[in-house]
Design a protein around this ligand. Structure first.
Ligand SMILES: [Zn+2]
Length: 303
């Protein structure tokens, strides 16, 4: 975990468009870093780090042979996905996300938000769109801790947070001196009687606990519902296939019986024909079909 003694309030990863952003999205990250440092937060500016890497080792995007797509993918997996996700989950106390057009065109920011969400790392999203409820995808809204429509309101919020609350306490919770950060609404709440003495994930304030209880109790569980539907459908489909298989099997059995019966009839017929020929050698040159009208007679002959 990266920790800077001069910025003890916690490390904040700056997430946003790069591949499709102007100047790799460097400008907002530089401004944001200055403001965070002034508040004693430690910014992790991935665009700046990317440029540092390029200075030292050259441009990663162009090292790859553009015709060799597997090399491109391998390069991307190792140097972008792996490195950035590790920084988020191992070295960040929180994420600041600038949600704009360049984020919509890419996939990295969405993935970083999801990694943070999965690892109980607070996500503070600044929307470039004032109507963020309709512009930021609901999935991403749900994974954030708090949404802002401008950086100034984010800075005010971060300034007012209790010193050190973003960092995890010894139990792994985002809290300091009985004050904790609610994962759902981003408010700070006091746990008056006693501290949490184990990892609570996610951490919710009292109001959010009530709201979550109502939400959960007010609707049937969707995951459970989907599992039940899929299981019911799979059983029905299997039954259907078994019925069809039985039907096909019985039809084959019927066809088999008919083949045996036809064979037996042909055998009987050959025996009859031979019997007629034994009785009437002079008929040898005649087609057995022509003598079929004598079947009654021949039956008598051979029995
Ligand atoms: Zn809350």
């Amino acid at each position: 975990m990266i920790s800077h003694k001069l910025y003890p309030r916690g490390s904040i990863y700056l997430s946003g468009g790069m591949q499709f952003a102007e100047n790799l999205g460097a400008d907002w990250r530089i401004k944001c870093s200055e403001r965070l440092q002034a508040m004693k937060y430690f910014p992790i500016d991935i665009a700046r780090m990317d440029k540092e890497y390029t200075k030292q080792y050259g441009q990663l995007y162009f090292i790859a042979d553009k015709q060799n797509h597997l090399q491109y993918k391998s390069n991307f997996r190792r140097h972008f996905i792996h490195a950035d996700v590790q920084l988020v989950i191992n070295d960040s106390d929180a994420l600041i996300v600038l949600y704009d057009e360049s984020v919509r065109r890419g996939a990295g920011t969405t993935s970083e938000v999801h990694e943070a969400y999965k690892n109980d790392i607070p996500v503070f999203l600044v929307s470039a769109y004032p109507d963020w409820q309709n512009e930021v995808p609901g999935w991403m809204q749900a994974e954030t801790t708090k949404v802002f429509t401008n950086f100034e309101s984010l800075y005010t919020y971060l300034e007012l947070l209790p010193f050190g609350i973003l960092k995890r306490d010894i139990y792994g919770n985002h809290g300091v001196k009985s004050q904790y950060l609610c994962s759902l609404c981003g408010d700070v709440f006091n746990k008056t009687k006693q501290h949490f003495v184990s990892k609570i994930s996610p951490t919710y304030c009292g109001d959010c606990v009530d709201l979550i209880t109502k939400t959960h109790e007010g609707h049937e569980d969707r995951y459970q519902f989907i599992l039940e539907v899929l299981e019911k459908e799979s059983i029905e489909e299997l039954n259907q296939v078994q019925i069809q298989a039985k039907d096909i099997q019985s039809r084959f059995t019927e066809m088999g019986k008919k083949v045996i019966m036809d064979r037996e009839a042909a055998n009987r017929r050959r025996i009859l024909d031979n019997a007629i020929r034994d009785q009437h050698p002079d008929w040898d040159d005649r087609d057995p079909a022509d003598i079929s009208d004598l079947e009654y007679f021949t039956t008598k002959v051979i029995t």
